[in-house]
Design a protein around this ligand. Structure first.
Ligand SMILES: *Cc1c(COP(=O)(O)O)cnc(C)c1O
Length: 365
């Protein structure tokens, strides 16, 4: 039969009428950028996360960029970033003329290894970006202790973990900034690009609001050089509807992960959940030997799977001038060869979960 890696159509069917009528209201109003729809969503998101300020922005990459801009990161500064993450985490640093300094990750959690991060601190280090990869929090106590020790700004890249918690606290709310992506495939996904920055600090949140509109205040009077980083009303109304369903959807993802775990226990390296964390399984990711051959076998049976990520950032061509070489960050390098993500989506059926599990167990046998 085959199972797609991601199927958003079945989920959309459950909210179609509500979404289309909300989208219709935005068209009737012809109010497409920022404004009351975005403010309403920001209020709901802040309340959900238990954070003082939520600022809707253009996408998750700009959420990172704006946070670093608000922290005055620039040329000569170093920012510590895990090598095993999506490119945007480091790209935002480089775009400001600062240097992303790569550290390793923990093999079990896939998240930042605080000891490795600590070993990368120099007198130029200004910030650190832990990533809540695949849907569970990084060691945020460890990161915050390191940050306090060295007076670092912390930007939590929460693009993959909206709604995950650590010791009861929402992902993205541990540090100066939390950044989110609403790219359609994320667990809270819009109908196009979107993102958000959250903060409990009044001054920092205000700076994000200023920077997202070219530093204009009032109109056509530019206090600082910002970017065009606004969120659309259409995204806001869609996200507001989906936010109400998020807990239910995240719960279903976790149930799928439990079913996979039960099928793979003792046979494969299933993804452990770190102490204190609730995992929302943006991705269900295993570590398998001969990963590429296994992925090919799954593809032959029309089972979707994903490789996040095939190349560690310290070995990316665009960062070659920094002199990163093979062997520098062994865990990140190994995970790039072994990580394999299986289908997880709301409305996935038990039969689909079992079909994927059967195919994978056969492929690794
Ligand atoms: C998706 C993602 C981003 C970027 O989000 P966009 O909305 O696509 O710009 C940043 N960091 C991580 C870890 C992501 O997964």
């Amino acid at each position: 039969m085959g199972v797609p890696f991601l199927d958003l159509k079945a989920q959309f069917a459950t909210i179609k009428d509500e979404v289309l009528s909300a989208v219709g209201r935005v068209f009737d109003d012809q109010a497409f950028v920022l404004g009351k729809y975005v403010e309403d969503f920001e209020k709901d998101a802040a309340a959900y996360l238990g954070v003082k300020h939520a600022v809707g922005v253009s996408n998750g990459s700009d959420a990172l960029l704006l946070s670093l801009m608000a922290a005055d990161i620039g040329p000569g500064d170093e920012v510590i970033v895990p090598s095993f993450t999506f490119f945007a985490t480091a790209g935002a640093v480089a775009r400001l003329g600062a240097t992303p300094v790569f550290c390793d990750v923990e093999e079990d959690s896939f998240n930042i290894d605080v000891a490795s991060a600590k070993s990368k601190v120099t007198d130029k280090t200004k910030a650190i970006i832990p990533v809540d990869l695949y849907g569970q929090c990084a060691d945020m106590e460890g990161v915050m202790n390191l940050a306090r020790e060295h007076d670092l700004v912390v930007v939590e890249d929460t693009a993959q973990a909206f709604g995950a918690t650590r010791n009861g606290k929402q992902a993205g709310t541990f540090s100066h900034f939390g950044t989110y992506s609403f790219y359609p495939t994320k667990n809270l996904g819009g109908a196009g690009d979107g993102g958000m920055v959250v903060s409990n600090d009044d001054a920092l949140a205000d700076k994000i609001r200023l920077l997202r509109v070219h530093g204009e205040r009032p109109r056509y009077h530019n206090k600082v050089v910002g970017i065009c980083g606004r969120l659309d009303s259409l995204q806001a109304v869609v996200l507001q509807i989906k936010l109400k369903k998020l807990d239910e959807w995240n719960k279903h993802r976790a149930e799928i992960a439990e079913q996979y775990n039960a099928r793979f226990e003792g046979k494969l390296k299933t993804p452990p959940v770190s102490a204190g964390n609730s995992h929302i399984y943006h991705q269900y990711t295993l570590r398998v030997e001969n990963r590429d051959a296994v992925a090919t076998q799954l593809a032959e049976k029309a089972i979707g799977c994903g490789v996040y990520y095939p190349v560690p950032l310290h070995l990316q061509e665009c960062f070659a001038s920094q002199g990163g070489k093979k062997g520098d960050l062994p865990v990140s390098e190994k995970l790039c060869e072994t990580a394999l993500s299986l289908p997880v989506f709301d409305q996935m059926t038990d039969a689909q979960v079992n079909e994927v599990a059967d195919a994978l167990l056969k492929a690794v046998a």
